[in-house]
Ligand binder design. Structure first.
Ligand code: FEO
Length: 402
């Protein structure tokens, strides 16, 4: 069997993007893949396409197996352009009998490509289409993470094609989860979840419940980015269960930016307080950490302590940008507090507290504000804040685990 074959007659025909480093603000330092799958049956079926820049790779991989004009059905699980950017060119090349998509998928394709003449076959949750020896079952997954998103399940083979869900931005010539260290895969899966799916936690809980009720015999989960799960299916499902529940580790993140090191001194003292309580902390200086890596850490943290000095009646711009990014991703189930130094107007803590409340995180303390440079007494207050939060987070973790 070809190393890109998922099951007899089901082939990976996607593209590997070794070079992409930015995905609308998400740092993809390990590159990514745009996965597409070709099923050879009475009706030859292509599931998903690729980013337009990688059209040649897709067509090359298809041609290695079959003449592209022999493709009968094209399934579009998701219209975002990293998967459907080459749709117009692929449609011209293969002229399929059916373009299969969800109801919202049809609307999104029309809004993107303005082609009323394509042979849309709209499928809803629970619909099936026979392609010969195989049956494809469709499950709409609206807002996971676009309105058009859906899963396609190849019933006889037990392969669930999940579009972005369970994806990882990971460029690799290996196609399966038993060919890459699991820690590498799970780190990238967590980063993907934290930066793309986190805000949809309630929908993910419903989806996991629905898939559980359906009692599908899932032998593989084939996302549109990264490796295909065939060995570690339980690991990725359990991870999604934990992340969507907001389960946290006994860990605090001290996320800050600093102007003349006063806010930094406060951060160090707060970390000391957590350490005195035996709670693991990470110091996240926003000057050196990318926002999307910080979000990966936020996903599993139990406490967030946010620090910024006041600049021009506001926050330092890296903190302001990070807060805007984090707010959109709707983190949940965290204790939070703020701190910062100021010279005269001193709005930093008020603004940080406002952000914490906007995110509906639990504000643990009114926050610590220090004029210019912290005194020993100020630093003692910082240590005390860390100690109090550390104690609280340990208790919350205990409750979570009970
Ligand atoms: Fe990988 Fe939502 O696209």
């Amino acid at each position: 069997m070809d190393h890109r074959e998922l099951a007899k007659g089901i082939h990976w025909v996607g593209a590997i993007d070794w070079d992409v480093r930015d995905f609308h603000g998400y740092s993809t330092l390990a590159g990514t893949t745009y996965n597409a799958f070709l099923i050879i049956d009475e009706k030859v079926t292509l599931i998903d396409t690729v980013k337009r820049s990688h059209l040649d790779d897709l067509m090359f991989h298809v041609r290695e197996i079959i003449d592209p004009e022999k493709i009968d059905y094209l399934v579009v699980n998701h219209v975002e352009l990293d998967h459907a950017g080459s749709l117009a060119e692929v449609m011209d090349a293969i002229k399929p009998e059916k373009l299969i998509c969800s109801p919202m998928g049809e609307k999104a394709i029309l809004d993107h490509f303005h082609r009323e003449d394509w042979p849309y076959e709209v499928v809803k949750s629970g619909d099936t289409i026979s392609i010969g020896e195989r049956t494809l079952y469709f499950l709409e997954t609206r807002m996971l993470h676009w309105p058009d998103s859906m899963f396609t399940y190849a019933m006889e083979d037990g392969i669930l094609f999940t579009s972005d869900a369970f994806g990882q931005h990971l460029a690799t010539s290996e196609r399966f989860d038993d060919q890459v260290p699991l820690s590498v895969i799970m780190d990238q899966a967590a980063k993907y979840y934290a930066n793309i799916l986190y805000l949809y936690n309630p929908l993910i809980r419903k989806l996991l419940a629905k898939v559980g009720e359906m009692n599908l015999d899932i032998k593989m989960i084939a996302p549109d980015h990264g490796v295909i799960f065939r060995k570690h299916i339980d690991d990725i499902l359990h991870a999604y269960d934990d992340w969507s529940r907001g389960k946290f580790d006994e860990k605090a993140l001290i996320i800050y930016d600093t102007m003349w090191h006063s806010t930094e001194k406060m951060a160090v003292a707060i970390a000391r307080g957590f350490e005195q309580e035996g709670v693991f902390t990470e110091m996240i200086n926003l000057k050196v950490h990318h926002r999307s890596d910080v979000m990966t850490k936020v996903l599993k943290a139990g406490a967030l302590v946010l620090g910024s000095p006041t600049l021009n009646n506001g926050l330092l711009p890296r903190m302001a940008g990070f807060l805007m990014y984090m707010r959109g991703l709707k983190p949940q189930n965290k204790l939070a507090a703020s701190f910062g130094s100021f010279g005269w107007s001193g709005e930093c803590v008020k603004l940080l507290n406002q952000s914490i409340e906007d995110m509906k995180l639990e504000l643990f303390d009114e926050g610590l504000r220090v004029k210019y440079v912290p005194t020993d007494a100020d630093l003692d207050s910082c240590v005390d804040l860390g100690r109090r939060m550390g104690k609280a987070i340990r208790e919350r973790k205990q409750e979570q685990d009970d």
